[in-house]
Design a protein around this ligand. Structure first.
Ligand SMILES: Nc1ncnc2c1ncn2[C@@H]1O[C@H](COP(=O)(O)OP(=O)(O)OP(=O)(O)O)[C@@H](O)[C@H]1O
Ligand SMILES: [Mg+2]
Length: 262
């Protein structure tokens, strides 16, 4: 393997304790250390409540860690560094679908806006929302709203794209199509993707490495490499090597004791 070079993001001893209204502390993430390589596809899997969203929100700079540090490599250009798809779609209800997709372009003053409009329409078609550009979010189902926020995250090329269970609300067919589309976009743009999912086969299909977290309060338990050849097609899921990696991760996520009962 070639030298991966310096990491694009370095997390050292990053932990989070939330202060609740009654003055107590909730440990959401036990201090964790992780290097993210430029251009890699990294997935994060772990039980509900183990701190995945907390971790992603800290990477995005939305919340501050309670301990440790997050270093992000400086870029030469002025391109925005980080894009984020939230676990729940966050759309502005008073803006049409197309204007929600174009929101980051507007907020960051990226020019020329016309070029982004064409790209936004293309992305809407890609996520199966052709013909909904002028609809309002309230006129869409939850899964359709989530697809709008996926299109919005892809409208500009952030160096790092953080995705928090972006496909969880989608039907299986759409999900598979978007998995392949995401791989295509990732390859084309050379960006770094950090992808949270509960779906183990999805993580194996997409990733270079998979971060497996421990139950709540979580921390990084193990980082599993996925040395399967690329480009990857859905048929890879039937490959014994694919199955072996998925089984290994399943074994790590199984609660202690369950393996003995089997
Ligand atoms: N704003 C908050 N205030 C207090 N506690 C919080 C807050 N956000 C999350 N937590 C707690 O932190 C822990 C981790 O939450 P987080 O949302 O990061 O988990 P997650 O791994 O993303 O779970 P899921 O898979 O269900 O999305 C949980 O125990 C949760 O109750
Ligand atoms: Mg979450």
């Amino acid at each position: 393997m070639t030298d991966p070079g310096p990491p694009i993001m370095q997390l050292v001893g990053v932990g989070k304790t939330y202060q609740t209204r009654d003055g107590k502390g909730v440990v959401a993430l036990t201090p964790s250390t992780l290097d993210i390589q430029a251009g890699e596809f990294l997935s994060i899997v772990g039980p509900s409540g183990c701190g995945k969203t907390t971790l992603l929100n800290m990477m995005a700079g939305l919340i501050a860690p309670s301990s440790g540090s997050i270093q992000i490599a400086q870029s030469a250009g002025t391109a925005p560094r980080i894009g984020l798809v939230f676990q729940r779609p966050v759309l502005l209800p008073w803006r049409r679908v197309i204007d929600n997709v174009l929101l980051p372009v507007e907020v960051m003053g990226l020019a020329p806006p016309e070029a982004y409009r064409a790209r936004a329409l293309e992305l809407l078609a890609m996520v199966g929302l052709e013909g909904f550009a002028n609809a309002y979010p309230s006129e869409l189902s939850g899964g359709m709203q989530q697809r709008v926020s996926i299109a919005r995250s892809l409208v500009y090329d952030s160096a790092v794209l953080l995705m928090d269970e972006p496909f969880a609300a989608l039907d299986a067919m759409t999900r598979e199509e978007l998995n392949l589309e995401l791989l295509r976009i990732w390859k084309m743009t050379g960006r770094t993707i950090v992808f949270v999912t509960h779906n183990i086969p999805e993580a194996v299909l997409l990733s270079d490495r998979i971060v497996v977290m421990t139950p709540r309060p979580g921390q990084v338990r193990e980082i599993v490499p996925v040395p399967l050849p690329r480009p990857r097609a859905l048929s890879l899921m039937g490959d014994p090597d694919f199955g072996a990696i998925a089984d290994r991760i399943r074994g790590m996520l199984r609660p202690a004791g369950a393996a003995l009962a089997a």
